[in-house]
Write a protein that binds this ligand. Structure first.
Ligand code: C5P
Length: 300
């Protein structure tokens, strides 16, 4: 038997970050949106455990760790342990979400693996248990299960869907070099030692989503990690300027970066912006959101 599950990358339309908690994590108020850059995880019945990863031409295969501590290994073993069974499957991941890019590609793979293996092993894990296992694997894994557009609180793992009736068009520019999420949070602490305990509220972003107007959303986009990401990667400031000069309504670092996002008026405008940016950057992608969370695409 073989199951393929597709899970989306995320962007943060609002990322409010507070001062670190006792456990070292930062309290967040974030608005996640799932976008159409998706990874596929295929799980097949097998006598042992194997994991393989394939990447598109534009992605560096070496950037994805496949030995031992890949988040898909951890997801499989966590689910198997939860049910007291062995993790027996051949799993392959087909990546399209930029790696170490601030779009939660690893989290998407973990979410997809939970759903695929739950089906393959016929476990029927209740949604609440899957969400709890997802939260153990990483702060933004629960969102990859839920998808759509959602408000994230806690360390990002508490997700609540929010209305988002429009379709938003994004130009996505990944970077050849990834950025480490912990390193970006550390730089945030250094740059902003007086950060408030309560992260910035997301009211303006939620109100903008309800209007369906890209100009309104452009004005509301907010990322407290952007100064830290730009401090570690000053070249991203030039990319944001290039996007603005190419007709984007607004440019923004995606999550902890270094992927940059550009909001466009509509699909045609997104293709125009992408065309202009691609005179200077090799990899420029066009996508839209919101899209569904982890879901089965083939089952045979
Ligand atoms: O939860 P996740 O494994 O994705 O987090 C990776 C790292 O990012 C954490 O070890 C921590 O350094 C940082 N992080 C944080 N506050 C959050 C989420 C992540 O400091 N809310």
């Amino acid at each position: 038997m073989t199951v393929t599950v597709r899970a989306p990358g995320k962007i943060n339309l609002h990322l409010g970050v507070g001062a670190p908690r006792q456990d070292g994590f930062h309290p967040l108020v974030t608005v996640y949106q799932a976008v159409g850059l998706c990874d596929d995880v295929t799980a097949t019945a097998a006598p042992g455990w194997t994991l393989t990863v394939s990447v598109p031409d534009w992605m560096d295969a070496d950037a994805v760790p496949v030995t031992g501590d890949n988040i898909v290994d951890r997801a499989a073993h966590l689910l198997a342990r939860h049910h007291g069974i062995d993790s027996l499957a051949a799993v392959s991941v087909a990546k399209a979400i930029p790696v170490a890019g601030g779009m939660a590609g690893g989290s998407a793979d973990a979410a997809a693996a939970l759903v695929a293996l739950d089906r393959l092993w016929a476990l029927g894990t209740p949604d609440d248990d899957l969400l709890a296992l997802a939260a153990e694997l990483g702060s933004d894994v629960p969102f990859a299960l839920v998808g759509g557009t959602a408000l994230g609180t806690g360390r990002g793992e508490l997700v609540e869907p929010v209305p988002d009736p429009a379709t938003w068009w994004w130009v996505v520019v990944p970077s050849a070099e990834g950025l480490s999420t912990p390193a970006v949070y550390r730089r945030f602490d250094e740059l902003d030692p007086g950060a408030p305990a309560e992260p910035a509220a997301a009211d303006a972003t939620l109100a903008a989503l309800a209007t369906g107007d890209p100009e309104q959303l452009a004005g509301a986009l907010h990322n407290d990690l952007q100064p830290a990401a730009l401090d570690l990667r000053p070249d991203l400031a030039d990319l944001l300027d290039l996007g603005k000069g190419s007709g984007a309504l607004r440019g923004l670092v995606s999550g902890s970066g270094p992927t940059c996002l550009f909001l466009a008026e509509d699909a045609d405008a997104a293709r125009d912006v992408a065309g202009r940016i691609s005179r200077h950057h090799d990899v420029v992608l066009v996508t839209n959101g919101p899209v569904a969370g982890a879901h089965v695409v083939t089952y045979a």
